[in-house]
Ligand binder design. Structure first.
Ligand code: NAP
Length: 249
């Protein structure tokens, strides 16, 4: 088992990609802390995976603090953090985006990642190191019309990963990024809907499954990736390499 006796927090793990990652980690022996804003849903998944759960809104610093107080009190250490939470903003571009939406999207998608990294790294450095993954998206790399808040938040995750990888390396904490392609259900939805327009642009000609992101994340947090930090791994069927400027995601 690749993650025997490891304690792992996967934020946003009651659905889709976060859930796929949590399942892969649990299968490999980790105790996974399942997280979302909804305590009941998180507890249900935690029972299924023999893990723990905690509800917190990552856009609220005091709630993030409470999440890590819980981890310190109940698990004493933390070996792995995966940031998978995302708020999907509206289709507003730079001209029309309301300030309130900009602030809320960045608070969840970027500042939320920063806060969990900061808290997690404080625990990890006391216990000899750890591994962190941030989930980003192609729209952080390539702009698409009318996705200003989401795209900028996802672009910020690349910069945050680079900075954290450098700052945390002396503490033996590796920080990597996964660029998820079109995987499972759309962000914020439990329904598949019609994703045909999106997957027509994927060289492998299909959308990805949460399990496929789970296996990539498992590799990156395991000892098999012990010399990998600041990597950006696209799990996207080749999409980012081939997408035009009109595609989003
Ligand atoms: N799905 C895709 O095709 C796709 C494509 C590109 C990139 N991605 C990236 O992959 C990651 C996961 O996406 P996904 O499709 O799995 O998203 P999802 O299905 O919408 O799941 C998001 C999770 O985050 C939780 N969450 C949302 N806002 C939160 C907040 N403010 N505080 C705490 N928890 C919160 C949700 O639970 P609650 O609502 O119960 O809180 C849920 O567990 C994201 O970073 C996204 O940008 C996904």
């Amino acid at each position: 088992m690749l993650l025997k006796d490891k304690i792992a927090l996967v934020t946003g793990s009651t659905n889709n990609i976060g859930l796929g990652i949590a399942r892969a980690f649990a299968r490999e022996g980790a105790k996974v802390i399942i997280h979302s804003r909804h305590a009941e849903e998180a507890a249900k998944i935690a029972r299924e995976l023999n893990g723990d759960s905690f509800a917190a809104d990552v856009s609220r610093p005091e709630q993030v603090g409470a999440l890590f107080d819980h981890i310190r009190k109940n698990h004493r250490k933390l070996d792995i953090l995966v940031n998978s939470v995302a708020a999907q903003a509206s289709r507003a571009g730079v001209l029309e985006l309301p300030l309130e939406e900009w602030n809320q999207t960045l608070a969840t998608n970027l500042t939320g990642y920063f806060l969990t990294i900061q808290h997690a790294a404080k625990i990890m450095k006391e216990h000899g190191g750890g591994a962190i993954i941030n989930i980003s998206a192609a729209s952080g790399e390539r702009a698409s019309p009318g996705r200003a808040a989401y795209s900028v938040s996802k672009g910020g995750i690349f910069a945050l990963t680079k900075q954290a990888a450098v700052d945390l390396a002396p503490h033996k904490i590796r920080v990597n990024c996964i660029v998820s392609g079109i995987v499972g259900t759309p962000i914020g939805s439990k329904e598949m809907g019609n994703r045909k327009l999106e997957y027509d642009s994927i060289p492998l000609r299909r959308i990805g499954q949460p399990e496929e992101v789970g296996e990539a994340a498992l590799f990156l947090v395991s000892e098999k990736a012990s010399y990998i930090t600041n990597a950006v791994l696209a799990v996207d069927g080749g999409r980012m390499n081939s997408m035009g400027s009109a595609s989003g995601g």
